[in-house]
Design a protein around this ligand. Sequence first.
Ligand code: ZN
Length: 278
Amino acid sequence: MNKVEHIGIAVNNVKLAGEIYSKLLNTPVYKTEIVESEAVETAFLQSGPNKIELLQALNDDSAIAKFISKRGEGIHHIAFDVDDIEAEMDRLKAEGFVLLNDKPKRGADNKLVCFVHPKSANGVLIELCQGNDYPEKTKRKELTLEDELSLFQFRNKLIIPDDLLAYLKLTDEEIDAYNEDMFVFYKFSEFKSVKEEVSDYGGVPDYRKIVDILPQHQNCFVFAEYSIHLMVFAIRLYDDNSDKNEVYTICGSSYEVVANSFEEFMAIYKDDFSKLFI
Ligand code: ZN
């Protein structure tokens, strides 16, 4: 076996645990994944060359649910990277280890995995995994836009609706193509909450009271503006797939719902954007 590939930690709530471990290791969760074969939702963090896998059970039959009901949250398994999982499984069987599966199966990261019964390894569940995604080769993982978008949703516990998602995935040039006159559309890197974007803007108009006025302003994100903050356009996100995502025109401390989805907003914008002014 080559090295420890990751350490698996059983948790009750992978989102909350992800936040705790992000703070602990001072690095964001770089990936979340549902592994159907194990009925778990996982989140991964990388600290230097080391990887932590947080695992939450998706149902009561999941091995993680059973583990937690017996022993509580905690270290669940240690995974070792192997070059040839079948050869390693044969070797371990010959040495008398009890394997939990006869054939390698697909685990997180699309790796081939096999578990060794804790009984044969002094109480520790051992995972063998074979895959190409070795931490030392990836060093600091470059996040793709796709990763950034899932991280945004994970961190804010909010869902980006499909029409907005398609917009945020456009290239900078494609987004710039929407700009007209004094109307400027933002890229995902500029997509910020109302508070972050305008609440300290005390110019004309004065936005400093908007966070006291707009309900649950922390779920509203600015994606475009008119005439350098004369008006900004923000969309409300929800923690589930909502059939409505209100779009607001905000001007200083007043706001108005101008559309019920990003798509509807864009249709009005293309037709006659003066209809979006308040
Ligand atoms: Zn694992």
